[in-house]
Design a binder for this molecule. Structure first.
Ligand SMILES: NC(=O)c1ccc[n+]([C@@H]2O[C@H](COP(=O)([O-])OP(=O)(O)OC[C@H]3O[C@@H](n4cnc5c(N)ncnc54)[C@H](O)[C@@H]3O)[C@@H](O)[C@H]2O)c1
Length: 506
């Protein structure tokens, strides 16, 4: 982590889901370097080469073994530095990170991660060598019993949910994979966090939630109500579900909207991976609009640095007002006024329910049913909306009378995590050509329908709140990726069987 506070995560008990995946692998490695105790889970599905996922797990085992000796005396900063130098995650101790502001800043736990094996019948198929610092368990997020059992058997200070069915195009082919992993799986994680009172849930969202938004840069204050893939819809749903759980149960949750992440050990379904393969194999690549579109590519080390910074900074309630006054309290998220370019024709913007005072009365079932029906149907009248929203405020208040949970506040945050330095696809391809030492064979195509000339992330919030600042240029990031790629496919003598049919998917 690019921070002088490397102790913040030390001995913290952390669950990383999707730990055999691209980002999960790098995050787990960085966490082990920080002296955290990590349990990683993944179902090792075959959306892309399971051999690559296994290779990442093998690498994690090796890495863990290599730092285990110094880890025994991790109290020394020297040991932690040495371990971190072995990592691909760059450590820059000069940049600051804000101190944690919740009980996560309390003295680090001395209780190691229990190494108990969860009963086989709970759905767990394999467990790595157990150690107090690191353990991998093959487990499906959608396996409710297994996830329940995991949360019962282990206590986690922080959960980072990265496991998901990723990819935009594949959601046309296999929609159920998205429902299982991204919706059912996510509810299982939320439930686990709820019952185990986890201190902070950090979860992966995606820039794809911006859908047809054309305003640049993409800001977390933009409306994201018009997803254009099921993948994006599930990610947006995750944000909504997380808000609900933050609001209802006070679980601090932070959603990270990743913007195209790339780097060593990356994802074979993504464009940079496919372009590299094609260039090295002298196969043609499709280039739309002469490569003039601009995109935000974020190098994996920068992403991991950002996740670590976020992990130690759980969102707080703005104020701790009591439940009786909560309906009029300001929310800690801002619902922006619609702008013409974010508002689709015929849509009606409901007023945020948090700014409408709860009112007594209207308690009959008939009225409730009316409100449910109203939200199903297209809502045409703002007056009607207001009534229905008031109804749901009243319902929530009466469900939670007597406790501190408010319906107007939630320890909830969403950040964009991107590079904020869009580069043209032409530049991106040139970087790959330079790294491969070969020119691409180009198949020039017109701009695709629905494609937008530029997309990039507004990361001001993340920078202001955590000190996040991506530092890796596309040229050096792609060079590091290509170096790894060539070594990996030579050393493993394994073939990259990825299809070359590509778009810039997430
Ligand atoms: N890489 C990017 O550019 C990018 C961009 C936007 C969002 N994201 C999101 O970030 C997260 C991590 O992405 P990644 O690039 O590392 O992807 P990845 O596919 O490499 O990693 C996801 C991992 O989750 C595992 N997984 C999937 N479904 C599971 C389930 N039901 N149970 C257990 N494990 C399961 C997969 O086996 C995989 O190893 C994902 O949620 C993804 O949607 C990534």
């Amino acid at each position: 982590m690019q921070t002088n506070d490397t102790t913040a995560l030390k001995n913290k008990r952390i669950l990383v889901t999707g730990s055999a995946g691209f980002i999960g692998f790098h995050l787990t490695k960085a966490l082990l370097s920080e002296g955290a105790n990590v349990i990683g889970i993944d179902n090792l599905n075959d959306y892309y080469e399971p051999a690559l996922k296994q290779a990442r797990l093998d690498e994690l085992d090796k890495f863990h073994a290599s730092i285990s000796a110094p880890a025994k005396s991790r109290d020394s900063d020297d040991a932690s530095d040495a371990a971190t130098q072995n990592s691909e995650t760059v450590v820059n101790k000069n940049s600051a990170v804000s101190a944690p502001t919740s009980d996560l800043s309390a003295p680090t736990s001395v209780i190691p991660v229990p190494t108990s094996v969860i009963p086989a019948q709970a759905g767990i198929q394999s467990v790595s060598k157990t150690s107090p610092e690191y353990q991998f368990i093959k487990m499906d997020l959608a396996d409710r019993a297994a996830i329940e059992s995991l949360f019962k058997t282990h206590h986690f200070d922080i959960v980072v949910n990265l496991a998901a069915q990723a990819g935009v195009r594949y959601s046309l082919e296999n929609p159920h994979a998205y429902v299982d992993s991204n919706l059912i799986g996510f509810v299982n994680i939320l439930e686990g966090c709820r019952h185990a009172k986890v201190g902070h849930l950090v979860y992966a969202s995606s820039s794809s939630v911006y859908g047809m938004n054309i305003k640049q840069p993409f800001s977390t204050e933009d409306r994201v109500d018009y997803p254009i893939s099921l993948y994006a819809a599930t990610k947006k749903a995750n944000e909504l579900m997380a808000h609900t759980y933050s609001h209802l149960y006070g679980i601090p949750t932070t959603g990270l909207r990743f913007f195209t992440v790339y780097g060593p050990w990356g994802r074979p379904d993504m464009a940079y991976y496919k372009f590299t393969k094609a260039i090295l194999e002298d196969k043609p690549i499709d280039i739309y609009n002469h490569g003039q579109m601009k995109r935000d590519f974020t190098y994996i080390d920068d992403i991991v640095d950002g996740i670590l910074r976020v992990m130690v900074k759980p969102p707080q309630l703005e104020s701790d007002t009591s439940s009786t006054t909560t309906a009029t309290s300001a929310p800690n998220i801002v619902i922006p006024a619609p702008t013409p370019d974010t508002l689709a024709p015929n849509s009606v913007i409901p007023a945020p329910n948090s700014v409408i005072p709860a009112q007594a009365g209207i308690h009959d079932d008939k009225n409730n049913r009316h409100c449910e029906e109203r939200s199903d149907a297209a809502i045409q009248s703002n007056q009607e909306n207001r009534h229905c929203e008031e109804r749901s405020d009243v319902a929530i208040q009466s469900n939670h009378s007597g406790n501190k949970i408010t319906n107007a506040q939630a320890p909830y945050k969403i950040y964009n995590i991107g590079n904020n330095q869009p580069v043209t696809l032409r530049h991106f391809i040139t970087a790959i050509e330079n790294a491969c030492g070969k020119k691409a064979i180009e198949n020039s195509l017109p701009m695709q329908a629905g494609d937008v000339p530029i997309t990039y992330a507004d990361i001001d919030d993340l920078m202001a709140d955590t000190g996040f600042k991506p530092t890796t240029s596309i040229d050096s990031g792609i060079a590091r990726f290509a170096e790894w790629y060539k070594l990996f496919y030579t050393d493993n003598q394994s073939q990259n069987k990825t299809s070359l049919n590509s778009d810039i998917t997430e």
